[in-house]
Write a protein that binds this ligand. Structure first.
Ligand SMILES: *[C@@H]1O[C@H](CO)[C@@H](O)[C@H](O)[C@H]1NC(C)=O
Ligand SMILES: *[C@@H]1O[C@H](CO)[C@@H](O)[C@H](O)[C@H]1NC(C)=O
Ligand SMILES: *[C@@H]1O[C@H](CO)[C@@H](O)[C@H](O)[C@H]1NC(C)=O
Ligand SMILES: *[C@@H]1O[C@H](CO)[C@@H](O)[C@H](O)[C@H]1NC(C)=O
Ligand SMILES: *[C@@H]1O[C@H](CO)[C@@H](O)[C@H](O)[C@H]1NC(C)=O
Ligand SMILES: *[C@@H]1O[C@H](CO)[C@@H](O)[C@H](O)[C@H]1NC(C)=O
Ligand SMILES: *[C@@H]1O[C@H](CO)[C@@H](O)[C@H](O)[C@H]1NC(C)=O
Ligand SMILES: *[C@@H]1O[C@H](CO)[C@@H](O)[C@H](O)[C@H]1NC(C)=O
Ligand SMILES: *[C@@H]1O[C@H](CO)[C@@H](O)[C@H](O)[C@H]1NC(C)=O
Ligand SMILES: *[C@@H]1O[C@H](CO)[C@@H](O)[C@H](O)[C@H]1NC(C)=O
Ligand SMILES: *[C@@H]1O[C@H](CO)[C@@H](O)[C@H](O)[C@H]1NC(C)=O
Ligand SMILES: *[C@@H]1O[C@H](CO)[C@@H](O)[C@H](O)[C@H]1NC(C)=O
Length: 776
């Protein structure tokens, strides 16, 4: 036997796998010499083995896990009262640990609770965990565990709480019918496939089943209706198909039913509101449900949130005034009709209503003044994309707390009333695509929280009100396709938060404000098809994030300012149909992301540059510039060959440019900023699955936020990726969403670099979001 002193002095170093074998020898011989099966020794051995599987412990949580100190005082370890003391709980949640889970953990036979959630564990779940006879809760959620769910877990008769959510688990859900104690089953946000086992229905102890965000298919087993105490059934964002059977109506204990983003068909069972008397949350959006919305919902008096959007539901919207606690009613993108707007009248009884989203339906007729009787707690009202006629009822301006008002793509007429200035909490105002006439009321400047203002595609006339300078949060201003006159107010440059400015297709005159360069956040500037004159201000070159610049069809003159060399993120430039003069500056050659350059119908002269974008014949339009000529070597554009080549000049410009690279870094920082603000906000509402913002940023959310990656939402595009701007359903703020074209050479690197930067921000959710984006 080894001398007692030597191994003991080694034990403090046993985290290193190198020393681990020595330790084992010591422990086993030692144990044999004392009392065989001393439980504490077995537990120490198992935990040290667990520790040896940890590859990184940046906060030194396991630093004091040493054989020489009392096991029960190790951080994260709790012992029971038995003698010798045995480990009953292992809790190392949120400890920043990475590494693999040692199978020796299954030697801790007295364990009742394991909580290793919110770490960075990789590898598989040890098969034998299911054999721990006393284990009541097993929380391995929010790690990066891979492989299948061990079958042995399904045989545990002691586990009550099983949480494997937010890992990378694959394969089928095992048979759980023997888990006679199981109350909460959470396997959400993994990569599980196959169908939902009907044997789940035999686990009568179940109270919560959370399987959302996986790749589960098949139908919803009817046996689930046998579970008497089931309160939560969350199957959202899977590929579940088939009809909903009337058995569903038998689960009268249900509080939360989440079936959104699946492939379900048929009608919503008409009994649903009459038997599910406890239902508070009903989410069925993003399926292929058809038929009527069951009027029985009016009897489900505890309902708080209803989301049936993105289906094929027809007929009238039922009157839900009897559902007094209703906070959220989302019925967007269906085929619903207003039928006299009775439902709206009845909703006035819902004193807690916060969100009413009915866009993309067949609501017609004129909006009744009773809209003003809705609760002042209303934060969002979206009636866009319907067939609403008439004027905006002034009563709507009673809804003082509105943060979002959207009535875009309707048939509304008349003026925008100046009482709109009363809605001083508005963050998003969207009235585009109607027949509004008259002036933009100057009271719009009262809306100091406004972030997104879209009044485009109407018949608005008069000047752009200077009072917009008081909308200091403005990120998007879209006034295109109207008949606006007069100058672009110089006050607009006070809105330094502007990201997207579209004033195109109006009758604007005067020059571009000299201080336009103050808009440092600007990603998109479109003032094409106006009557603007004068020179392009030098300061525009300071908008280093600019990705799209459209000045087409104005009367702009002068030469292209050298400051354009600062526009290093730009990918679209359209200066066509103006009166620009001078040489085409060499600086375009250095714009590495430039994909489209239209300089046609101007008075440019001299040699056409040859490098960069000018090597791509289809990306550059130069027609209608009589004075241009081509160098002898390359004549892609079919212009006459120049008589002299000005090589010296162009070299100098090239050199000047190399120093201006950080633009890209700035763009990236702003992207991070957007994501962080969004995610911080979501983190703040940490309410588990009940919260309507519970949905992670899924592919569907992103698709909707970007209007199906609509070109309208695209504000920038380069070879390696595109940036979209949009908002998530659950938030009023705009977010930038970067889509990486991973099949492109170099995109991978750029993606990985950005991920690396985000990782270094040490914000857990940001890293998660990037992972999601990676799948796009
Ligand atoms: C069991 O092992 C622990 C740790 O080595 C020791 O403190 C304790 O005295 C042992 N108990 C018995 C009953 O041998
Ligand atoms: C583990 O510890 C965390 C933080 O101390 C606590 O929130 C959590 O409830 C614990 N888990 C268990 C299973 O006791
Ligand atoms: C502990 O677990 C390991 C790995 O599963 C196993 O090889 C070993 O026999 C177990 N030891 C005891 C004492 O159960
Ligand atoms: C599940 O319960 C049904 C009756 O409710 C029974 O017929 C069936 O055998 C059970 N299945 C299992 C696997 O125990
Ligand atoms: C359902 O809950 C009730 C009340 O909490 C309880 O008495 C009953 O045993 C539970 N049923 C099952 C099958 O667990
Ligand atoms: C609902 O349960 C009752 C008994 O509680 C049963 O008689 C009925 O057939 C069930 N209905 C459906 C549709 O399963
Ligand atoms: C949805 O179901 C239809 C058949 O009903 C099938 O053709 C389609 O592929 C399914 N979609 C998905 C995403 O599973
Ligand atoms: C609501 O419940 C009442 C009483 O149970 C019933 O008479 C009525 O038909 C139900 N309404 C609907 C629309 O199902
Ligand atoms: C509204 O639509 C319905 C169904 O298409 C139609 O019958 C009705 O006449 C329309 N009402 C108005 C005012 O346009
Ligand atoms: C902006 O608001 C300030 C303070 O309320 C006011 O004095 C100013 O006139 C407003 N600007 C415009 C152009 O209306
Ligand atoms: C622009 O103004 C002119 C006259 O001022 C008018 O003839 C023309 O129709 C206007 N264009 C648009 C698009 O409103
Ligand atoms: C707008 O900017 C100018 C100077 O750039 C400043 O004098 C003025 O006070 C600003 N207005 C507001 C409302 O911030």
């Amino acid at each position: 036997m080894a001398p007692a002193g030597a191994p003991r002095s080694l034990s403090p170093h046993c985290t290193l796998i190198l020393f681990f074998t020595h330790l084992l020898i010591f422990l086993s011989s030692n144990t044999a010499a004392q009392s065989i099966g001393n439980g504490s020794e077995i537990d120490i051995q198992a935990l040290l083995s667990f520790k040896s599987g940890i590859s990184s412990d940046p906060h030194g949580v396991l630093g004091s896990w040493k054989a020489s100190t009392g096991l029960c005082r190790w951080p994260g370890v709790a012992c029971g009262t038995s003698l010798p003391p045995r480990v009953v709980s292992l809790n190392l949640s949120s400890s920043h640990l990475s590494g693999e889970l040692s199978p020796w953990i299954a030697n801790l036979t007295y364990l009742e609770h394991i909580d290793l959630s919110d770490n960075m564990f990789i590898g598989v779940i040890p098969e034998k965990l299911g054999t721990l006879k006393r284990l009541q809760s097993l929380q391995l959620d929010q790690n990066s565990l891979v492989g299948a769910i061990p079958r042995s877990l399904g045989t545990s008769r002691s586990i009550r709480y099983l949480d494997l959510a937010e890992n990378l688990l694959v394969g089928h859900i095992p048979d759980f019918h023997e888990m006679s104690a199981l109350q909460i089953l959470d396997m959400s946000s993994n990569d599980l496939s196959g169908s939902i086992p009907s044997s789940l229905g035999n686990v009568s102890s179940l109270m919560e089943i959370l399987l959302h965000v996986n790749r589960l298919s098949g139908t919803i087993p009817e046996t689930l209706s046998l579970i008497q105490n089931l309160t939560v059934l969350s199957l959202a964002t899977n590929y579940v198909s088939g009809h909903l059977s009337a058995e569903l109506c038998n689960i009268s204990s249900l509080l939360y039913l989440g079936l959104d983003e699946n492939n379900l068909t048929g009608q919503i069972p008409s009994c649903i509101g009459n038997t599910l008397q406890n239902l508070e949350w009903l989410f069925m959006s993003g399926n292929r449900f058809e038929g009527l919305i069951p009027s029985s919902l009016a009897n489900a008096s505890k309902l708080q949130q209803i989301d049936l959007g993105y289906n094929f539901l027809v007929g009238p919207v039922p009157s839900l005034g009897s559902v007094a606690g209703l906070r959220l009613l989302i019925l967007e993108s269906n085929l619903l009709e207003a039928e006299g707007w009775e439902f709206l009248v009845s909703l006035a009884n819902c004193a807690r209503l916060e969100k009413l989203e009915m866009s993309g339906n067949a609501l017609n007729g004129s909006l009744p003044g009773s809209v003003g009787n809705l609760s002042t707690s209303l934060l969002r009202m979206d009636l866009g994309n319907n067939q609403i006629i008439g004027t905006i009822p002034v009563e709507i301006f009673n809804l003082r707390n509105l943060q979002l008002l959207a009535m875009d793509q309707n048939l509304l007429t008349g003026v925008i009333p100046s009482v709109i200035g009363n809605l001083d909490q508005l963050v998003v105002l969207n009235l585009s695509g109607n027949h509004f006439s008259g002036q933009i009321p100057p009271t719009i400047g009262n809306l100091s929280q406004l972030n997104k203002l879209s009044l485009d595609s109407n018949g608005l006339s008069g000047n752009i009100p200077a009072s917009l300078e008081n909308c200091t949060q403005l990120a998007l201003l879209k006034l295109s396709f109207n008949s606006l006159q007069g100058p672009i107010p110089s006050e607009l440059v006070n809105s330094t938060t502007l990201v997207d400015l579209d004033l195109s297709n109006n009758n604007l005159t005067g020059s571009i404000p000299l201080q336009i360069g103050a808009l440092l956040q600007l990603l998109r500037l479109d003032i094409s098809f106006n009557n603007l004159s004068g020179q392009v201000p030098f300061s525009l070159g300071r908008c280093v994030q600019l990705s799209s610049l459209r000045l087409r069809s104005n009367m702009l003159n002068g030469s292209i300012p050298q400051s354009f060399s600062g526009l290093m993120s730009i990918d679209q430039i359209d200066l066509s149909q103006n009166s620009f003069v001078g040489k085409i500056p060499e600086l375009f050659v250095n714009m590495v992301f430039l994909e489209q350059l239209d300089l046609s119908m101007n008075f440019f002269e001299g040699p056409i540059p040859t490098g960069g974008i000018f090597q791509n014949h289809s990306a550059v339009i130069l027609d209608g510039n009589a004075g241009l000529c081509a160098s002898a070597a390359t004549n892609l554009f079919q212009f006459p060959v120049c008589t002299t080549t000005p090589a010296v000049q162009s070299k100098r410009n090239g050199l000047l440019l190399v120093k201006v690279i950080p633009a890209i870094a700035i763009a990236l920082v702003s992207f991070i900023f957007f994501m962080t603000t969004l995610l911080k906000r979501r983190k703040a509402q940490a309410d588990p699955y009940y919260n309507e913002t519970m949905k992670k940023v899924s592919y569907g959310d992103i698709v909707k936020a970007t209007n199906w990656f609509s070109p309208v939402n695209k504000i920038s595009s380069s070879r390696t990726g595109s940036i979209y701007i949009g908002r998530f359903e659950f938030d009023t703020d705009l977010v930038a969403i970067k889509l990486f074209h991973l099949e492109e050479n170099g995109a991978h690197n750029s993606f990985l670099t950005e991920c690396e930067v985000l990782r270094n921000t040490r914000h857990r959710n940001v890293v998660k979001a990037v992972t999601v984006l990676g799948y796009l």
